[in-house]
Design a protein around this ligand. Structure first.
Ligand SMILES: NC(=O)c1ccc[n+]([C@@H]2O[C@H](COP(=O)([O-])OP(=O)(O)OC[C@H]3O[C@@H](n4cnc5c(N)ncnc54)[C@H](OP(=O)(O)O)[C@@H]3O)[C@@H](O)[C@H]2O)c1
Length: 301
């Protein structure tokens, strides 16, 4: 079968389509035929060699997101032929999803939304779980005020929509006017490109997707979560009673079920900037790196 691999670190030119053995599903695994996947910042950084510290070893199959069809359900209770989505923690496990067939633990797999194509569904798992799990850590509830920094990005755009679906009042910090329009259309209250325009100590919770560290905006006794691992830890705000974290996404089938339901109920809109076939994976990475995206870059198998 085919897999998109790297055998050295570098720019998009190090990506190649290799012929590799089919994965052998272990006990509790589901074997999935990949229909589509998508690009995330982690894939770009892994390919460059700036994260991962040499694990998994080279050659390495990349990819975290997956939308496909069950080939062998094992004892999962799923049926062969079901449309599913999954997130694989590729860096921790070496199970990259950019391959014709992928074996993953059943607990990491969920039914795909019916309302969208599998190419659209492939844009959901990693950013969706990151948004959902971080919102759960923030424990932000109906009527509370949340600030999303990077609210039109992949994770931020989903976090904005999930929080609004939970009845949270959401404001948005974005990078440019076009992104401001996205945040407004999706129901954000205050939308600004200027961190200086944010009200001081006003937010019960802040979800920071790019290391903005707008710590003056969080209320005393509030919560502040960053997902921007490479920006380092959130400054210590314990003197103000603010809890802080840098959240790390984890495989989470029940979380994917929740996301699927939100998509099928029209509460979560997915955005595909562009879709590329596997043979055009280098062009897909170039598109991703060019920036100015209107959604996710999908890869179809
Ligand atoms: N810890 C984890 O488990 C985890 C999980 C997923 C992602 N991440 C990390 O989280 C980050 C975001 O991921 P993503 O997939 O959401 O990326 P993304 O789609 O690129 O979103 C980032 C957003 O932040 C905006 N932004 C960047 N700098 C800004 C600034 N100075 N002012 C205002 N907005 C700014 C970007 O705007 P532009 O498009 O204009 O640049 C973009 O909309 C990445 O670094 C990724 O590696 C971590």
């Amino acid at each position: 079968m085919r897999a998109i691999q790297i055998d050295r670190f570098g720019g998009p030119d190090v990506l190649g389509l290799a012929e590799v053995p089919r994965p052998e599903p272990g006990p509790g695994d589901v074997l999935i035929r990949t229909i589509a996947t998508s690009l995330n910042p982690v894939d770009d950084k892994t390919r460059e060699g700036v994260i991962g510290g040499g694990t998994p070893p080279l050659p390495m199959t990349l990819g975290w997101d997956l939308a496909g069809i069950v080939v062998d359900a094992g004892d999962s209770g799923l049926g062969a032929g079901e449309r599913v989505i999954a997130m694989s923690h590729q860096l921790a496990t070496g199970r990259g999803t950019w391959a014709d067939l992928v074996a993953l633990p059943a607990q990491a797999v969920a039914f795909a939304p019916h309302a969208v194509t599998l190419a659209e569904a492939a844009t959901l798992p990693l950013p969706g779980l990151t948004a959902l799990q971080t919102l759960d850590w923030l424990a932000v509830s109906s009527g509370e005020r949340l600030l999303v920094a990077g609210a039109a990005g992949a994770v931020g755009g989903l976090a904005l929509q999930i929080a609004l679906a939970r009845g949270v009042r959401v404001d948005a910090l974005v990078s440019r006017d076009e992104q401001a329009a996205f945040a407004r259309e999706h129901g954000a209250g205050l939308v600004t490109t200027d961190p200086g325009a944010l009200e001081d100590r006003a937010y019960d919770a802040v979800l920071d997707t790019f290391g903005a560290f707008v710590t003056d905006a969080v209320a005393d006794g509030g919560r502040y979560a960053s997902i921007a691992t490479q920006a380092g830890p959130v400054p210590d705000l314990s003197a103000r009673g603010v809890r802080t974290t840098v959240h790390q996404v984890r495989e989470d089938g029940p979380g994917l079920d929740e996301l699927t339901e939100l998509v099928d109920h029209g509460r979560l809109r997915l955005r595909v900037d562009s879709a590329f076939g596997v043979h055009d994976v280098r062009a897909a990475h170039e598109r991703f790196r060019a920036g100015g995206l209107h959604g996710k870059v999908a890869l179809t198998f």
